[in-house]
Design a protein around this ligand. Sequence first.
Ligand code: ZN
Length: 308
Amino acid sequence: MSFSMPDHVKVREVGPRDGFQNEPEVIPTAEKVRLIGLLMQTGLRRMEVTSFVRPDVIPQLADAAAVLEGIERVDGVSLSVLIPNERGLDNALKLQDRFDEVSVFMSASESHNQHNVNRSVQESLAGLERVIARAREAGLGCEAVIATSFGCPYEGHVRPEHVYEIAERLAAAGAGEIGFGDTTGMANPLQVREFFRSAFERLPGVELTAHFHNTRGQGLANVFAALEVGVASFESSFGELGGCPVPAGSTGNIASEDLVSMLHEMGIATGIELPRLLDASAAVQMLLGRPLGSHLLTAGPIDWHQSR
Ligand code: ZN
């Protein structure tokens, strides 16, 4: 096989959305804004900061507008918001000068999509095509994330061909970036390598992003497999916050600091200052008052002991 590791990768921090969304206790808006501020000082260039979902469905993100209004923008940091449907887009567009991109999402498998958003895959696709088109008309960048791309907790195997067909439709609708989500931590590295190798052939000109969860401890191994075939865009969550609303037990995204540490040790640049990122992760751990899944928060960075 050809071996063409990227020498620079993009990391989108999704903790303020994917992470906070799964916290049972509502985090005060001011604390969210403070933590996002810390993350914006790390050199991160992409961050998903909130979601315009129905407040009665996800009370934790009911303050989406207040969060966006509270964030002090930093040049070069692209902010995105997660949009579930056209009504969510309508609400987000009222604050259009406060963000740069939207993320839309659906699951590749029928039963996960039904459990998560109560729609069929075809209904979701049709709805997202409209959201993407309108977001593009408004001048926003657009990422479409396909959850359960590597397996479904209810159905098991998901055919890659089926995932590529969904991705092609979302790309045709105007999504310049497609995220492939392993929302419930079912992917393995060999599967990931084969998946992305074919995905690049099927989706020329589209940015392909890997969104791995560390639910079963395979997150970074999956990152390595994706790197091997040229994936250069990843999503992760500080502290290893995160999860999936369904089913229960679908724990954390890969930790941003674990990802960044591994990449830097391998000589792959991210533009992120690891000590500052660790400060942000330590701050969210302190706020939540429990040990988070992040390995670096426990062990410290590799050069930590020498430097003290
Ligand atoms: Zn996720």
